[in-house]
Design a protein around this ligand. Structure first.
Ligand SMILES: [Fe+2]
Ligand SMILES: [Fe+2]
Length: 349
């Protein structure tokens, strides 16, 4: 693709005098934005070539020491998990902590696998609408194939742990199945923001866990593969958001600015707060889990998990006054959502 002539010059030029000239200038900027995005997406495809991992050849599932059981102490929660900070968890025996850790791991991975299924459906629908030769077509399919391997890795861990963990609530699956393909085709700005809402929090948590040290070698291997490939997926979603949000009209931009914090807060809680089924299985009141994410520490954990996306929302012009208020009201605000009176988002306070 030849793009050089479309790139905006760095020399200061007077504003175009006529409406037609201004429209042409806007079109030129849009083409330049597309070209820059295409360059990044091509680079992501090149980076992926020959480096994607396979679930059943790149993870030594059956090696000695790689067994997964629900009472394996190597699955205990990392200290930074809000549930691990509760008096209830601290008071458990070592074996009970292992069971809670195994359930939490299995639950998070099942929700993650369901999300990846939805993401693949969206990407496949999107690729149908792309023109032949579009750089995005190649990367969308690269990501689909990687997500498919992630899904198998996640569900293999869940199967081997052997607890009946639940995934996304069924009503969420039904709603997403009904809308995801249409949104992916017709509203890429909303689709890729939704992708970030699913990918960013889990990526952040997995990176924190790897930095703290993952005791179980199978889990460690899968998380390491996942964060490596996920960093490219997140880059794809971020450059797409930066490309597509500026093209929105004022009404759609306001709507997206208001919807984004609701979606981020909902998905982050769905991924991290253990469901009732897990509370029942480990013999604790569900409120112990929900309250763990309502403490200042729990809110800070959630706000931190969406921090990179919140910053991006700010950079692309989605931090409208209503948007800011909603990020704060949802308990996932931060420095970008500080109000004029000097109040900061709850998590940043
Ligand atoms: Fe993934
Ligand atoms: Fe991904």
């Amino acid at each position: 693709m030849t793009v050089t002539e479309d790139r905006p010059t760095t020399v200061a030029t007077p504003a175009p005098a006529t409406v037609a000239a201004r429209r042409e200038a806007a079109r030129r900027d849009t083409r330049a934005g597309y070209a820059a995005t295409d360059t990044t997406i091509t680079r992501l495809s090149d980076l992926s070539a020959g480096r994607s991992h396979e679930a059943y050849t790149d993870v030594p599932w059956d090696d000695t020491g790689h067994e997964l059981t629900p009472s394996d102490p190597r699955l205990q929660l990392p200290d930074f998990e809000p549930v691990a900070q509760t008096a209830w968890y601290r008071g458990l025996s070592e074996e009970e902590k292992s069971v809670v850790g195994a359930w939490k791991m299995a639950t998070m991975l099942r929700v993650g696998a369901d999300f990846e299924n939805m993401l693949q459906q969206g990407l496949l629908a999107r690729s149908l609408s792309l023109p032949l030769g579009a750089p995005e077509f190649r990367y969308a399919h690269t990501e689909v194939s990687e997500e498919s391997q992630h899904t198998m890795m996640f569900l293999e861990i869940v199967s081997r742990i052997g607890v009946p963990a639940t995934g996304m609530p069924r009503y969420v699956v039904r709603v997403l199945e009904a809308v995801i393909r249409t949104v992916a085709r017709r509203d890429p700005a909303a689709f890729f923001l939704g992708v970030l809402a699913g990918e960013d929090p889990i990526d952040r948590a997995q990176r924190r866990w790897l930095a703290a040290g993952v005791a179980h070698p199978t889990v460690e291997r899968v998380l390491r593969i996942h964060v490596t490939e996920e960093s490219r997926h997140v880059s794809y979603a971020r450059v797409s958001v930066a490309r597509d949000v500026p093209k929105l009209g004022p009404v759609r931009r306001q709507l997206l600015a208001a919807a984004a914090p609701l979606v981020f807060a909902f998905l982050a809680r769905m991924m991290f707060v253990p469901p009732k089924a897990m509370a029942t299985a480990v013999g604790v009141d569900h409120e112990v889990f929900t309250d763990a994410y309502r403490t200042p520490y729990g809110r800070e954990f959630l706000a931190d998990a969406v921090g990179k996306s919140r910053k991006l929302a700010n950079e692309v012009g989605l931090m409208t006054p209503i948007g800011k208020r909603l990020w704060n009201a949802c308990g996932i605000g931060g420095p970008e959502t500080a109000t004029r009176r000097g109040r900061r988002g709850p998590a940043a306070a």
